[in-house]
Design a protein around this ligand. Sequence first.
Ligand SMILES: C[C@H](O)[C@H](O)[C@H]1CNC2=NC(N)=NC(=O)C2=N1
Length: 108
Amino acid sequence: MSLSEKSCTPCRGGIDPMTRQEAERYLRDVPGWELSDDATRIRRSFKFKNFAAAQAFVNQVGELAEQEQHHPEISFGWGHAEVEIWTHAIGGLHENDFILAAKINEAT
Ligand SMILES: C[C@H](O)[C@H](O)[C@H]1CNC2=NC(N)=NC(=O)C2=N1
């Protein structure tokens, strides 16, 4: 099953975050996303033709996040948005983060 076909699972904490090595393997399935220096987050920048298009994207990502009950940090402005995802409960990366990233990629 591809990542975008999966759904985020509730993550209560108490488990270890992914290692950098595991994260690098998952990254291959989400083109455009990069790993933070400390390997605890993934992020991607998006470009748009104007403010309204960036705002529409943010709303779409917000809908996805609510469906999945997994929520990214997003900042945006005229023609751009930056999305960052990690699993707060474990202070690092979980498969859920990559599932959301794959769904965001599909939506763009
Ligand atoms: C109870 C609920 O599932 C949790 O609080 C979720 C909500 N959304 C979340 N989103 C992200 N990115 N990380 C989390 O750990 C997280 N926890």
